[in-house]
Design a protein around this ligand. Structure first.
Ligand code: NAD
Length: 378
């Protein structure tokens, strides 16, 4: 069988300013632009693209980029367009035919954008679709951004807590440490555990995947036991599987037993391809301490708490519940740096001999390529 190899001619990359509401990240930073220029790419950066992440146009110029006055100028001769968020309809219409878009694209059957890209003959690689393999780790933007979100969730929660997190012994007496519970100990959850530990809290965590127990304990947190969750809790690729109703009830009971003593709870649980599992019901929330804080990082996929409203703060029986969306964007410089390195690694994979080549026999390219040759593939 011959291996189909598709080529996008030319090596100009365009980095566009993000225009989605609240988005502060940028797809490339000067450090990665310098590496791209060294590899022979020409890099156009739209004026002001890094401003919200505290990166000046002059820094991009110093790294070897050409700063273009607007998106249209940045896109001139561009063969690859690097973004964080999906383009708007109007932005997608401007993308040059024959170019390749790389961004978070929320691919799925309901996506109008992918059809629009296909009609405009724009190929697209979705950053969400990076497979969870060792070889793909350097490209994994979901993980890099989840790391930032897990860290920031703890800071956000700590800032709302009516008490300090660490134990303090002072002339004014001794303060006991706050108790923090992390639900879901994947990438975001493990970072949340590490951050809460650094702030001196007493941390415990729960996850349905039994394999996580050791990782939780190695970070100095206690693992909350739920009865007999075995291999059925783990799906392919290291993701969690959806639980049966009986198992889900046992999980809720285990969590309900922990909540009343907690000062801060960070929930991060996700099941790939489905809604976020419900881990805190309204009744469970109302039984928490007055002043307790819950940060629901799964707000965008339906929430781990029954009362979560994405992007809003809810006050219920003295408990503050936040459902922040796009927390990574609130730490834009480092989130952008990590994302830019993910895209740099991707370009290392798809750019050979001075041109971008999409090798469809490569499992990473095959998984990420959602639009190709005028056809939607996902
Ligand atoms: P995720 O965002 O899909 O889910 C977050 C966590 O929620 C997971 O740990 C999951 O087990 C947990 N969860 C799901 N349902 C739950 C429930 N009912 N109760 C409690 N917890 C529940 O997952 P993630 O953070 O992206 O990563 C999950 C795993 O995949 C981790 O072990 C991670 O190390 C691994 N991973 C591997 C690679 C790679 O090899 N390239 C990349 C990324 C992640």
């Amino acid at each position: 069988m011959t291996t189909p190899v598709m080529t996008t001619s030319g090596t100009t990359l365009a980095v566009l300013r993000e225009t989605s509401a609240g988005e502060q990240r940028v797809a490339q930073v000067p450090e990665t632009v310098r590496k791209l220029v060294e590899r022979g790419f020409r890099v156009n950066v739209e004026r002001g693209a890094g401003a919200a992440a505290s990166i000046d146009d002059a820094e991009y110029e110093k790294a070897g980029a050409r700063v273009a006055p607007d998106a249209e100028a940045a896109l001139r001769d561009a063969r690859v367009v690097l973004k964080v968020q999906s383009p708007s309809d109007a932005e997608a219409r401007r993308l040059p035919a024959g170019s390749l878009l790389v961004a978070f694209l929320a691919p799925g059957p309901e996506s109008r954008l992918l059809g629009q890209l296909a009609r405009g003959n724009v190929d697209a690689l979705a950053m969400e679709n990076v497979p969870r393999t060792t070889r793909a780790q350097a490209l994994d933007a979901l993980s890099s951004q989840a790391t930032v979100a897990g860290y920031k969730a703890v800071l956000l929660g700590a800032s709302l807590c009516p008490r300090l997190l660490p134990m303090l012994t002072t002339a004014a007496g001794t303060l006991t440490p706050a108790k923090v519970l992390i639900l879901g100990a994947g990438v975001a959850g493990l970072q949340a555990i590490a951050t809460a530990r650094r702030l001196g809290a007493v941390v415990s965590a729960f996850d349905v995947r039994p394999a996580v127990r050791e990782q939780v304990q190695s970070l100095g947190a206690q693992f909350v036991e739920a009865p007999a969750l075995g291999a059925e809790a783990e799906a392919a690729g290291g993701y969690a599987a959806e639980l049966s109703e009986a198992r889900q009830r046992q999980v809720l009971e285990a969590i309900a037993g922990q909540l009343p003593s907690m000062d801060l709870v960070i929930t991060t649980a996700q099941v790939r391809g489905g809604p976020a599992p419900r881990l805190i019901t309204a009744k469970m929330l109302r039984r928490m301490k007055p002043g307790a804080v819950v940060i629901d990082l799964a707000a965008e996929s339906g929430g781990n708490c029954e009362l979560t409203t994405p992007g809003e703060a809810v006050r219920e029986a003295g408990v503050t519940l936040l459902g922040p969306t796009n927390l990574a964007s609130t730490v834009p410089l480092h989130a952008s740096l990590m994302y830019a390195k993910n895209q740099l690694a991707l370009l290392g994979l798809i750019a050979k001999d001075g041109a971008v080549k999409l090798d469809l026999s490569d499992d990473i390219v095959a998984a990420m390529l959602v639009v190709h040759g005028g056809t939607v593939r996902s």
